[in-house]
Design a protein around this ligand. Structure first.
Ligand SMILES: C[S@@+](CC[C@H](N)C(=O)[O-])C[C@H]1O[C@@H](n2cnc3c(N)ncnc32)[C@H](O)[C@@H]1O
Length: 282
């Protein structure tokens, strides 16, 4: 049987949109209504609901305790990512960040290097950082202690990040020798997948963190924070608020990387530009 396309009223879209913006920061202007409707069809079918009005009862329960809201995050977030996306950033990590670390390590005892991939999607960004550090260590014949926190609001993406299993097409962009060194290939030729090797998997810690909620509680500050292609979904005021909190978690002299299509112009932040979409905290 052909399923019908369920429509949402402008009024209810506005109400749900406001809830999404308030909880997750994600802007929901009226131009996103079509996209929202399309993405939510599957969810309504799963719940066997015939209308968005019925869905609203789950989303706005009388006791204010909506588990559906966290599921909604999976449906409305845009999770586009890829291995070594915006690849000059990974060159910057090698040429500048790791080289500086190495210089300091020669004269003093250095603590573990801490990276944070905030808005990590399915983890490909975090694993790209891990591979970059591993390659640096291999070529320099040395060991650096490091860890990578990878956070997002999407449970579905975080599950993928934990498993570190991806369709084989996702590594088309990865150079052959990197694939051979750091990726395992499944034997199922019909639906072939790759998985990061265990040593790399162990470096990445996926966790839920909503950038909108409270102050972030970390024991130590980070050396490098990737906050790429996530701010773009927020309005400027939310961006400024999130950036202030994120920068509180970055060491002085640490680096913040944003997406190439994002801008921090006119924001009053304790950072200085050092490369395209890369900032150092002062
Ligand atoms: C387009 S992806 C970017 C992935 C990766 N950083 C990159 O550049 O390839 C944006 C991610 O931000 C996440 N996100 C959206 N709002 C968020 C919030 N309030 N807190 C944390 N993550 C959020 C989404 O779930 C999505 O996975």
């Amino acid at each position: 049987m052909k399923s019908v396309f369920i429509q949402i009223s402008d009024e209810l879209f506005l109400k749900i949109g406001n809830l999404i913006t308030e909880r997750y920061g994600i802007r929901m202007p009226v131009e996103k209504k079509i996209m929202f409707q399309a993405r939510m069809q599957r969810r309504l079918r799963e719940l066997e609901l015939d209308s968005f009005d019925e869905y609203a009862k789950l989303l706005f329960p009388s006791n204010d305790d909506s588990t559906e809201l966290s599921i909604l995050a999976d449906y409305i977030s845009t999770n586009k990512t890829e291995f070594f996306r915006e690849k000059d950033h990974f060159k910057f990590i090698t040429d500048r960040v790791l080289s500086e670390y190495l210089d300091k390590k020669k004269s003093q005892l250095m603590p573990e290097m801490k990276f944070w991939s905030a808005g990590c999607s399915n983890g490909q960004e975090a694993y790209s950082i891990a591979v970059t550090v591993e390659e640096f260590m291999r070529l320099k014949h040395l060991k650096i202690e490091y860890s990578i926190l990878a956070t997002d609001i999407s449970g579905r993406m975080l599950r993928m990040a934990k498993e570190a299993i991806y369709p084989i097409s996702s590594v088309d962009v990865v150079p052959l020798e990197i694939k051979q060194r750091y990726f395992l290939k499944s034997k199922n030729l019909k639906d072939q997948k790759v998985r990061l090797v265990r040593d790399i998997r162990e470096k990445v810690k996926p966790a839920y963190l909503n950038l909108m909620e409270g102050e972030y509680q970390f024991k130590d500050q980070f050396d490098v924070i990737f906050l790429r292609n996530t701010l773009i979904y927020f309005n400027v005021m939310v961006q400024q608020r999130v950036l202030n909190k994120v920068l509180n978690c970055l060491k002085i002299g640490g680096y913040l990387l944003i997406g190439h299509s994002e801008s921090l112009i006119n924001m009053n932040l304790p950072i200085q530009s050092v490369a395209p979409s890369v900032y150092v905290k002062y």
